[in-house]
Write a protein that binds this ligand. Structure first.
Ligand code: MTE
Ligand code: HPA
Ligand code: MOS
Length: 768
């Protein structure tokens, strides 16, 4: 089935928040933000701005009737700064005016006198000074201390990854409209309507039932709207609550890039030990997560990093420790993979370094150490592994020997262009790591004309979840998909929802839809049995027909629905689903946190231009564990998109904060994302059809985040190409691999007296 949105998307008919017709009298908000990363607010001068024509009112923390707090996991994030600012871009005041232009013009007239305070941008510096968001955590398996003695080879090193801007096409936005009795209806571009509702209720000091949050769809979220849509909801709600007027705020791209947090940059250390047969015996890793100025989702992301410390490999002795470090960057947040990709990069770096020292191809170590069914992860869960199956199928299907030969031949006959090849196996845990979040509800109505309406907590953000939910309803009822319609995601219909995140949206909400439809089907079968005077067990609903012992009858879907209605049988159901089997004990750091894992293997071939440092990705060839895909078109789209986004993170997307904590790469001319010219020339995706009894909806495994990590293969393919040109290149592990870094790695000693400094991870770059 095609994605139900593709027609409207391509003809521009799909509705987003900014397309909602304005209610008469709508006012517009704009935030005045901190120009510095850390300081004490001595004076805030609003007088001139308040005089600006069209300005209705300027809100500060003093106007907050509830709590000035939007921190979801830890209450450490004021909505509006009080006496101190903690990051450049932190909202200080919210101007509301008759027009968008007036609001922004007034913002420019606000002045603040701020005494600067010391700034930390480096997570290791923060950790050394005890600036931690939460206490560190350690996951452990076996006894690495003792295992080092058994190792024939031990390598140590460090590996850094930079952050990543979400760059959802639709910027952050909210629109709050007053209703009677102090109620507010709030449209939002949020992945988590409940989190937004809760944040606004807390700021206003009102019960959650006073607010409705309604989401049509998102022009992309990628994690950036899991938590960070809440501030704009709360600001618009605050203003609409006081003024009893509709208030809308749509961030400009520059504002969005300056004010919102991003993927967490990580700086990490590793130590890897192998025996003489290349079995990995021990692994120790330490992660310094750059959390930014407030917790946001950082503790949960740090936890997922630890869950993915060993990547796709089985290692019997592991010690992985993570620090969530408080710095003066905007609070970093969820981004596709949620800390998993950062961990996998470190693991792959360790293997690459070991391979380098042993003078072998990394894939020898990779393949040898892939996990197997029954192997224990450091967190206690046992693997049900497809890693060997994916690897093996990729090797044979794509004829790796031939690919490797082509790369060798190319490198032998070209002096200024070199190719590199790398494998990237993935293994990603599906479920919210916080067990309580693995629940969902669905509300299904069958109208008496036989048409169906489905509401869930799922937010459509381009990933195709609405299409999948529609398929679940149509298939469970065995009716034509055209009879089913999805409703917007509203906290009035579905309460207490988890965010649409963790790749689990279709699983959780789909299972709830399935349960609701099954309950209605059961009642309909009872009605049919009565109508047809047959035992209920003989009745079956198939293709809109009512069958008895497999034979068609005069009853069909529409007639049966009408009959049920006339018999006063409920045609609606609200169902609840909670993932079985998942649990985790934080005291022991052991349990069974994931419903299942998604596996896959990517082979990447890249070519570098050794004169310019530029590169192209020739091909990414994937074998992916789909389970049994319920929608191969959508799943393929998720894999292609994930790969390209992962390559962007690993290669060209270079976030630069200067030493004052200001974001310098704050436009699309200074922050490069992959475009049609930089995507791989070829992306091949082959399914590993696995039919294990997994907990995925219709056994169609989650696909949202896992493919992102295939992009890590590009970093290592480029690295191998660099080594093919200059085997002595001292290149370390510091993503992204920009063309500038490639060039510096190819020619590490500048011939002249010119001093070249590597653009290091975010925190070390000084821009004057
Ligand atoms: N695909 C599109 N087109 N847009 C998005 O915002 N978000 C990703 C992924 N794929 C995203 C996307 C992220 S971060 C997650 S967690 C999943 O989709 C969420 O949706 P799912 O749970 O339905 O897979
Ligand atoms: N993944 C994604 N988002 C989340 C998670 C998770 O495990 N936990 C809380 N939000
Ligand atoms: Mo995705 S990072 O779990 O929204």
């Amino acid at each position: 089935m095609k994605n139900i949105d593709s027609g409207n998307h391509t003809t521009g008919k799909s509705l987003y928040l900014d397309d909602i017709p304005l209610v008469a009298g709508t006012l517009f908000g704009a935030a005045f933000i901190s120009p510095v990363a850390h300081g004490h607010i001595e004076r805030l001068d609003l007088a001139e701005a308040a005089q600006h024509p069209g300005v209705v009112r300027i809100f500060t923390h003093r106007d907050i009737t509830g709590e000035n707090q939007i921190g979801g996991i830890i209450p450490d994030e004021p909505l509006l700064a009080e006496h101190e600012v903690d990051f450049c871009g932190m909202p200080i005041a919210f101007v509301v005016a008759e027009t968008d232009e007036a609001a922004r013009a007034a913002v420019r007239k606000i002045t603040a006198e701020i005494t600067p305070l010391p700034i930390i941008t480096d997570p290791r510096v923060a950790q050394a000074q005890g600036e931690l968001i939460v206490p560190p955590r350690t996951f452990q398996l076996g006894d690495p201390e003792r295992a080092w003695d058994q190792c024939a080879y031990v390598v140590e090193g460090s590996a850094d990854t930079n952050g990543q801007e979400h760059l959802y096409i639709e910027t952050q936005c909210a629109y709050a409209i007053p209703e009677e009795n102090e109620g507010l209806k709030i449209y939002s571009s949020t992945q988590s309507p409940t989190a937004s509702q809760r944040a606004a209720a807390r700021v206003l000091g009102v019960p959650m039932h006073q607010l409705e949050v309604d989401v049509i769809r998102l022009g992309g979220g990628f994690g950036g709207k899991e938590d960070q849509a809440n501030a704009w909801v709360a600001l618009c709600a605050l203003a609409a609550h006081h003024l009893r007027k509709p208030v809308k705020y749509v961030l400009h791209r520059l504002e969005d890039m300056q004010m919102t947090g991003k993927r967490h940059p990580y700086s990490s250390d590793f130590k890897l030990g192998l025996d003489k047969d290349l079995n990995i015996i021990a692994y120790e890793s330490t992660y310094y997560q750059n959390a930014g100025a407030a917790a946001d989702l950082s503790p949960a992301i740090m936890e997922r990093t630890l869950f993915h410390a060993t990547g796709t490999y089985f290692i019997p002795n592991v010690k992985a420790t993570a620090f969530s470090c408080r710095t003066h960057l905007p609070p970093n947040t969820a981004f596709r993979g949620f800390g998993g990709p950062q961990a996998k990069f470190v693991m792959e770096a360790a293997i690459a370094k070991a391979a380098e020292q042993l003078g072998i191809d990394a894939c020898v170590i990779q393949k040898q150490n892939l996990n197997k069914t029954g192997d224990e992860f450091p967190y206690g869960q046992k693997a049900v592994s497809e890693s060997h199956a994916c690897w093996h199928k990729a090797e044979t299907l794509y004829d790796v020997e031939a690919l490797r030969q082509q790369v060798q031949d190319f490198n032998a006959s070209n002096t200024v262009r070199k190719k590199g090849l790398a494998f990237m196996p993935i293994c990603f845990g599906i479920s919210f790591t916080n067990t309580s979040m693995n629940q969902a509800r669905a509300l299904v109505h069958v109208y008496y004309d036989g048409s169906v309406k489905v509401s869930t907590g799922a937010v459509e953000m381009g990933q195709g979840v609405n299409t999948k939910l529609l398929q679940v309803a149509a298939q469970t009822f065995s009716i034509n998909p055209s009879r089913v319609r999805l409703q917007t995601t509203s906290t009035n219909r579905i309460a207490n929802t988890s965010p649409s995140a963790a790749s689990a949206t279709a699983d959780l909400n789909g299972k709830a839809v399935q349960l609701a439809c099954q309950a209605i089907v059961q009642r309909l079968k009872e009605v049919a049995a009565q109508e047809l005077q047959v035992p209920e067990a003989a009745v079956e609903l198939r293709d809109e027909k009512v069958l008895v012992h497999g034979e068609e009858t005069a009853l069909d879907w529409k007639k049966l629905v009408t009959a049920a209605f006339l018999k006063r049988i409920s045609l609606s159901e609200h169902a609840h689903y909670a993932t079985p089997e998942v649990h985790f004990n934080k005291a022991t750091e052991k349990g069974h946190p994931f419903a299942y894992h998604v596996y896959g293997t990517a082979i990447t071939i890249a070519t570098i231009d050794c004169i310019r440092g530029t590169y192209t990705v020739d091909a990414v060839k994937v074998v992916h564990d789909f389970g049994r895909s319920m929608n191969p078109n959508i799943d393929r789209g998720q894999i292609e998109g994930g790969i390209v986004q992962g390559i962007g993170w690993m290669t060209m997307e270079e976030l630069l904060y200067d030493h004052t904590g200001r974001l310098r790469s704050n436009t699309l001319s200074t922050y490069k994302v992959p475009d049609i010219y930089s995507v791989p020339k070829e992306i091949a995706i082959e399914a590993l059809q696995t039919d294990n009894d997994n907990l995925a909806i219709f056994r169609s495994k989650a696909v949202g985040e896992p493919p992102f990590m295939y992009g890590i293969g590009t970093y290592f393919a480029l690295r191998n190409a660099i080594k093919a040109f200059n085997p002595d290149s001292p290149i370390g592990f510091n993503a992204p691999m920009t063309p500038e870094k490639v060039l510096l790695a190819l020619y590490p000693q500048p011939a002249t007296g010119v001093k070249v400094t590597h653009a290091q991870s975010v925190s070390h770059v000084a821009v004057s």
